[in-house]
Design a protein around this ligand. Structure first.
Ligand code: MG
Length: 403
């Protein structure tokens, strides 16, 4: 039992069990797991909270059987992070989060509830909200003044203009005392009232939460076009960043009459020793893109011990890697590939190679530069024992429509 004198701690609950809203090219993906600018909506929202050291613990209320959660939890790797099984409604999920905190949170501790679908919460707004708790208000929430003129409609036409001077849009986080929030939600439930935010449950009991002016950029993702907006906001906040990656691959020459580079079959007096078609250009490029995504390397995704990949067309690998890039909400800005070989000469195949690579990656061929060099007869390349390729790529957040 904590003594009354001990300072109230701040806990966070994120209801993320919603299964209803699904959109985007990844149809069937719950809204909170749709990605933009390299991360899912939920991951951005959780990172915004975890960046605040005054949050003692964070419970994410997930759907039962959420198969995406374990990987996200592992990626976030924060000991303050915990999951509970939420419910169909936001209120169910918040209550399950509160139940999960029972025993850890004291009655006077603060519980901050944040929408899973508000990924653009700034550190400054979160800090300002927590700062206000030092004044011991009955509760507080981020909110933005209504700036548009608001009309009331009746039968499809304007009935009147609503005085907007006292109107605010409720954002999240919203923060209340643990025991009071639990009691307010229980009371709403007992009365058969389904609240749309925590402040509403508190209002019913006469609690007057403080409005803390927050940025209107703290948008809620409800439609596919909101992802476009959020991408721009993240860039403007300097949060969403470009990603670079590099890759390198080598294959030994062996028996054969051709090599495959950039998906182009080039006649030669030798072939390459490889499990797949031994396309060093595509293998290096796949590794560069996977590296930029932080998703390991080509060997992890397409192991050369897998019989499915014997003699495989490496363009299949590149298309799969491109799908991973799109699923992360990223697109290729440009790629620069260097082939290291004494022979064969590739100059007249460069345009065809770039066309293949561009098609597989879903970008114009002219953002893919392919060049070649010998190694002045030095080393394994110089002795004609094999050939190699290196690739560098730059990725950026994709427009939402492209995902
Ligand atoms: Mg290889």
């Amino acid at each position: 039992m904590s003594s009354p004198a001990s300072p109230a701690r701040v806990w966070a609950i994120v209801p993320a069990a919603g299964r209803g809203a699904r959109f985007g090219a990844t149809a069937g993906t719950p809204k909170q797991y749709v990605a933009f600018a390299g991360r899912s909506v939920l991951e951005w929202s959780l990172r915004a909270l975890l960046a605040e050291p005054r949050i003692a613990g964070l419970v994410v209320a997930i759907a039962a059987g959420d198969e995406r959660w374990p990987a996200l939890a592992a990626a976030l790797d924060d000991p303050r992070l915990d999951a509970a099984i939420g419910g169909a409604e936001r209120q169910d999920s918040v209550e399950s989060g509160l139940a999960h905190l029972a025993g850890r949170a004291a009655p006077q501790d603060w519980v901050l509830v944040h929408d899973a679908a508000r990924p653009c919460l700034s550190r400054a707004d979160l800090a300002a909200l927590i700062d206000v708790l030092g004044d011991q208000p009955p509760g507080a929430l981020l909110a933005a003044p209504v700036v548009d003129t608001v009309k009331r409609e009746r039968d499809g036409v304007v009935a009147d203009t609503v005085d907007r001077t006292a109107l605010w849009r409720a954002l999240t986080p919203q923060v209340f005392r643990y025991a009071e929030l639990a009691a307010a939600l229980a009371d709403a439930r007992a009365s058969g009232v389904l609240v749309t935010d925590e402040a509403q449950a508190m209002e019913r009991l006469g609690v007057r939460a403080r409005l803390v002016k927050g940025s209107p950029l703290n948008v809620k993702i409800t439609r596919v076009e909101d992802l476009e907006l959020a991408t721009g906001i993240m860039k403007a906040m300097g949060v969403a960043s470009m990603r670079i990656g590099q890759g390198f691959d080598v294959h030994t020459f062996g028996d054969g009459d051709h090599v495959v580079l950039g998906g182009v079959r080039i006649p030669y007096t030798r072939g390459v020793v490889a499990h797949s078609d031994g396309d060093v250009v595509i293998h290096a490029l796949c590794d560069a893109v996977l590296g930029a995504l932080g998703q390991g390397d080509i060997g992890q995704h397409f192991p050369d011990t897998d019989p499915r990949y014997r003699g495989a067309d490496s363009r299949v690998f590149l298309r799969e890697v491109a799908a991973r890039m799109r699923a992360a909400g990223m697109t290729l800005v440009n790629a620069d590939v260097t082939v290291l070989a004494e022979a064969p000469r590739i100059a007249r195949h460069r345009a065809a190679m770039a066309a293949n690579l561009g098609a597989d990656l879903g970008v114009c061929a002219d953002v893919i530069n392919i060049k070649a060099t010998t190694t002045e007869r030095m080393g394994f390349v110089g002795r004609g024992e094999g050939l190699a390729a290196s690739a560098a790529v730059l990725l950026d957040a994709a427009p939402a429509g492209a995902a």
